[in-house]
Ligand binder design. Structure first.
Ligand code: HEM
Length: 459
């Protein structure tokens, strides 16, 4: 244990991480160097306390205790500070709902995200992203964070809402989601509610972003109401839902739900794909293996649902990206009653956080953790212990879109790899930046037409 850690006489109260300053607590490392900071916290023990301004926050580092908190003890926790701030997207949406309203909503939406149902989305996913990928020009510089974010958002919109936004509109929605997410993260790190009400530039920007999202999604709903029998998708499901009294869902709830799903499904998947191609750009041998797999599996023509499970190396690449470059550096909970986690007692009201980013880089769980090594996911290799690889969380709040994201990421990776190599821009370096998500500091790459490794039927 580190010498300057602040321990307490009680073994069931976690020690406090070093570096705390009066009044502001650990705000400086959290704001300046938050990725290194959350990674370093594991060196102080399985559970450690930090101060975020005036608030004490317990950080759970041990994979076993994170698992316990998310599964067997999940009824003693709400979503916590970040969950509160994410209500900026809407009060009642699945990611922020609590208790029985959460359970009811989860049951309602779950069928749309079942594995078999997701495999029915593959054609729509392909039709949505293929035009963007084929429209790239040789040598074109791409901002991968935006490009992949747009693809993921377009997929979520077309699959869940049967809606295709033209380029400029899609871009405005993506920017608005980014603005709202960024505000939520800042408000979690600097939880001073009086600042949230000031008429600052960023608060005005946030207000504009929220109203843009609401008016865009309200348009989609209004169109569907005007023409109700055109599609059988999530919008239809929400519009047709009746509660026990026979009343429909209030418009506000339908809006929040759709905005919540678009937001949850775009940034995470987009950033993950940007990292995947960033890694491939520096690993020609892995890139060659991906190309060989894609050429041999897709040789019969367009990618279909049957191809997805055959793309095993592509899946390993996705797994390794979700491990090394997990988009989430901060997930929060709050104890709703006194609860024990291992040896530690948490009082009701305690704010808790854990970091998928830090967990997936723990050298005690992953040999050579900073190396991008997709072969660590080969079935014959020893797999990480239960609870050590949880890119989609665990328990009752686990990501509802996990099968959706696996399928979408595999499909987009294979489609891009079947046509293009994405090359790093010479002389540039890339490091992780943790704001809303952990994204590459330099997301730019250029396109290069690739040679087929085997003969393929043109699509
Ligand atoms: C690589 C992509 C993705 C990653 C890494 C990811 C990660 C996560 C994680 C870690 C959680 C749990 C948060 C917590 O425990 O507080 C979560 C929840 C959620 N995700 Fe995802 N997600 C991804 C893609 C998607 C997609 C594509 C959708 C939908 C289209 C989606 C919708 C949701 C929703 C609605 C929740 C809240 C579930 C609940 O509270 O019941 N996600 N996601």
């Amino acid at each position: 244990m580190s010498p300057d850690i602040e321990t307490t006489a009680h073994t069931d109260i976690p020690p406090t991480a070093p570096g705390r300053l009066p009044l502001i607590g650990h705000a400086v490392p959290l704001i300046r160097n938050r990725l290194k900071f959350v990674e370093r916290l594991r060196t102080y023990g399985p559970v450690v306390r930090i101060s975020v301004g005036p608030k004490k926050v317990t950080v759970v580092n041990s994979h076993e205790l994170i698992h316990e908190m998310l599964t067997s003890k999940s009824n003693s926790f709400s979503k916590g500070l970040l969950g509160e701030k994410l209500k900026l997207f809407g009060q009642s949406a699945l990611p922020v709902a609590e208790g029985s309203p959460h359970l009811r909503r989860r049951r309602l939406l779950q069928p749309a995200f079942h594995r078999e149902q997701v495999s029915r989305y593959v054609n729509t996913m392909r039709e949505t992203v293929e035009p963007s990928i084929t429209a790239w020009r040789e040598g074109e510089p791409l901002d991968l964070k935006t490009e992949m974010g747009l693809m993921a958002q377009n997929v979520a919109m077309s699959v869940l809402c049967s809606f295709r936004a033209e380029q400029e509109r899609a871009r405005a929605i993506l920017d608005a989601v980014d603005t709202v997410f960024t505000a939520a993260i800042w408000r979690t790190m600097v939880p001073v509610t009086s600042l949230e009400r000031l008429p600052t530039r960023s608060n005005r920007h946030l207000k504009a972003a929220r109203s843009l999202l609401r008016s865009e999604v309200a348009d989609i709903i209004a169109q569907r109401r005007a023409d109700p029998d055109t599609h059988n998708d999530l919008v239809t499901l929400l519009l047709q839902t009746r509660d026990e009294t026979g009343a429909p869902l209030p418009d506000n709830e339908i809006l929040s739900e759709i905005i919540g799903l678009l937001a949850a499904g775009s940034e995470t998947t987009g950033v993950m794909l940007a990292w995947l191609f960033h890694e491939l750009g520096h690993a020609p041998e892995l890139e060659h293996r991906l190309h060989s797999e894609v050429d041999s599996v897709l040789k019969q023509g367009p990618i279909t649902a049957e191809h997805i499970p055959q793309l095993t190396f592509t899946r390993q690449l996705v797994s390794e990206t979700l491990r090394l470059h997990h988009a989430g550096w901060l997930v929060t909970r709050q104890a709703t009653e006194p609860v024990r986690l291992g040896q530690i007692s948490l009082p009701a009201g305690e704010q808790v956080l854990w970091s998928p980013y830090a967990l997936h880089r723990d050298p005690a769980l992953y040999p050579d953790p900073l190396r991008f090594d997709p072969d660590r996911w080969l079935p014959e290799r020893p797999q990480p212990p239960r609870g050590a690889f949880i890119p989609f969380g665990s328990g009752k709040r686990m990501c509802i879109g996990d099968a959706f994201a696996w399928t979408e990421a595999t499909l987009i990776t294979a489609l891009i790899a079947s046509r293009w190599r994405l090359r790093p821009i010479p002389g540039t370096t890339t490091k992780p930046i943790g704001l809303l998500t952990v994204h590459p500091s330099n997301p730019h790459m250029t396109t290069e037409t690739r040679q087929q490794t085997t003969t393929r039927t043109p699509q």
